[in-house]
Write a new protein. Structure first.
Length: 74
């Protein structure tokens, strides 16, 4: 039986770029959090409120995913 050749692509990730992405995600997360905690949040349309809540969730997930890439557990 012949051995199958497997080519695994190697990806080099610049940690400084990932740190910058995390910083920007945290900034967006903080801004969205400030807006959702403000007294005017309830005056926004339902669509705008949902968009801000989705942004909060998305930025949280991005931060965690990138942190996982930077600090993989074995």
């Amino acid at each position: 039986m012949a051995d199958a050749k497997t080519t695994t692509p190697t990806c080099v990730i610049d940690l400084e770029i990932l740190e910058e992405v995390i910083t920007r995600a945290e900034f967006a997360h903080s801004l969205a959090g400030l807006i959702t905690e403000s007294a005017n949040f309830k005056n926004l349309s339902e669509h705008q409120q949902n968009a801000l809540m989705a942004l909060t969730t998305f930025t949280y997930d991005v931060k965690n995913a990138i942190s996982g890439l930077m600090n993989p557990t074995e």
